[in-house]
Every structure is written in structure tokens, then in C-alpha cells.
Design a protein around this ligand. Structure first.
Ligand code: MBD
Ligand code: FE
Length: 259
């Protein structure tokens, strides 16, 4: 038994009941609503549906205690056990001619001191906006466009890849259908790169970088609300430079905030 689970679940149930009463929801609507959840489950989209609506709120809560770089939504497509890479993510043969980017920058602690040996998991979509290792995205092998980068003695990292594109939630699936057909919105996210930065003694940081001036930054279907990392359009030899510096705070800051 957990007091916290009891308290939060009780409050969620009460909040939902309030909405049902407020709108005089009928039995047919109630059934239709939860059958949509069943359909979402059958399509493997429960993590997607929940992240679309609620991941950003958890991020807001987390950021209220962050002193270093701000977190952003993780989304449903992180995959454990990505390979360690140096210099370049694996690029599919058919994408070899795609526009390139280089992700680089520095990891520092809260005082600005470089953090060597930090491990940065990066992941991003294909140019068609699909993620590797996600079955229903159409068999892009999980070795592509994911990897763990380690910072050098100066806390610096550098890794090449191709440019990700704006990402559309599969709009034939129940989540996309809900957003577009039933709610009259759209199901696009701005193009983005995901990061999960880990270093000994530091608080984990999960964030995203966006491409300044790109589509859907102000109108993200996941309520992304921008990012600490809005990277201006800079090229070097035709390669888009995604310079992102992460400032980590000590791990115990989490403990203090929770006390
Ligand atoms: C994504 O690629 C993503 O990053 C989020 C947060 C939700 C859905 C798809
Ligand atoms: Fe994503």
C-alpha cells in the first residue's frame, strides 16, 4: 500500500467524475470514450497518447526545481541500450544524401566547470519523421539515429548525423485521429533532437533541441512549450551546427526539493 498512490489516484478519479458531471456525459459517450482507449491500447499507442497530453506537465513540475538547464518532454520513443558511438550516428543507406547536422557542445556543472565522461543519449527521427526501433513506425532498425556520446576531458562532445524533420504523430492511428478528426487540431511536432544526459553525481537531464524558425515550434501538438535549446540556423561547410551546452546540477538537489 502506498499513501501517495492512494491520494493521487483518488484525486484523479474525483477530477474525472467532476468532468463527467459537468458535461452530463451519457452512457453512450462514456462507452465510446473508453472504447477509444481500448483502440489506442490495441494500436500500441498508450504511451504516445499519455505523453501527448501529460508529459509536458510533468516537465513543468520538474523544471520548477531545476537550477541548471531545463528539461523538455522525453516522449515515447527512447530505447534502452543504444550503442556507444563516436563521431557519427548510424545513417541508413537511403539517407546518405540527406542534409547533415553536427551535434556538439559542452556539458558543465552548475558552476560552469566542464564535466568529462558524461554520457549523452541522443535520438531523433528519420527525414520522414519515423523513429528507429519502433515496430509500427515501419521497421527502421534500432541502430539508426540513436547513440550514446561521451564527453571528452573538456566536457565536450561532437557527433554527426542527418537532419530530422518535423514529426507527425501517425495520423491514421487513434492518437492522431483524436487530435485531428475528433478535436480539430493537428498532430505535428517541430523537428527536434532528444537528449538524455547522465553524469556521476549530477541530476539527469532529459531535454530536446529545436531548430530556430522551424515549423510547429509555437504550435506543438504535445504542448512542448519550446526548450532551453532553440538553436539558430548556422552552417559549417553546408552542415547544420546544433550547438547545445548542458548545465547539470548536483543530484542531491532532487532530494532537497523532495523533502
Ligand atoms: C515524439 O517524437 C515526441 O518527441 C513526443 C514528445 C511525442 C510524440 C512523438
Ligand atoms: Fe521525438
Amino acid at each position: 500500500m502506498s499513501d501517495r498512490v492512494t491520494t493521487i489516484t483518488t484525486d484523479i478519479v474525483e477530477a474525472v467524475r467532476d468532468v463527467l458531471r459537468k458535461h452530463d456525459v451519457t452512457f453512450q459517450e462514456y462507452r465510446a470514450g473508453f472504447m477509444h482507449l481500448v483502440k489506442t491500447q490495441q494500436a500500441g499507442e498508450i504511451p504516445l497518447l499519455i505523453d501527448v497530453f501529460f508529459n509536458s506537465t510533468i516537465v513543468d513540475i520538474e523544471n520548477s526545481t531545476r537550477k541548471g538547464s531545463k528539461a523538455a518532454i522525453q516522449g515515447p520513443y527512447f530505447v534502452e541500450g543504444a550503442p556507444h558511438v563516436s563521431g557519427e550516428l548510424a545513417i541508413r543507406d537511403e539517407d546518405k544524401d540527406q542534409p547533415r547536422m553536427v551535434m556538439r557542445g559542452q556539458v558543465t556543472d552548475i558552476a560552469g566547470k566542464p564535466v568529462p565522461g558524461a554520457v549523452i543519449d541522443v535520438w531523433h527521427s528519420t527525414p520522414e519523421g519515423r523513429y528507429s526501433g519502433i515496430e509500427r513506425h515501419g521497421e527502421v532498425d534500432k541502430k539508426y539515429y540513436r547513440g550514446k556520446i561521451t564527453t571528452d576531458a573538456n566536457g565536450r562532445y561532437e557527433c554527426h548525423s542527418i537532419l530530422p524533420a518535423p514529426y507527425q504523430i501517425p495520423n491514421k492511428g487513434p492518437t492522431g485521429q483524436l487530435l485531428e478528426e475528433y478535436m480539430g487540431g493537428h498532430s505535428w511536432r517541430p523537428a527536434h533532437i532528444h537528449y538524455w544526459v547522465q553524469a556521476d553525481g549530477q541530476r539527469d537531464l532529459i531535454s530536446q533541441a529545436y531548430f530556430e524558425g522551424g515549423d510547429y515550434i509555437e504550435d506543438d501538438c504535445c504542448n512542448g512549450g519550446g526548450s532551453d535549446f532553440m538553436v539558430p540556423e548556422v552552417y559549417e561547410d553546408g552542415v547544420r551546427v546544433m550547438e547545445v551546452d548542458f548545465r547539470l546540477e548536483p543530484a542531491q538537489a532532487v532530494m532537497q526539493a523532495a523533502e
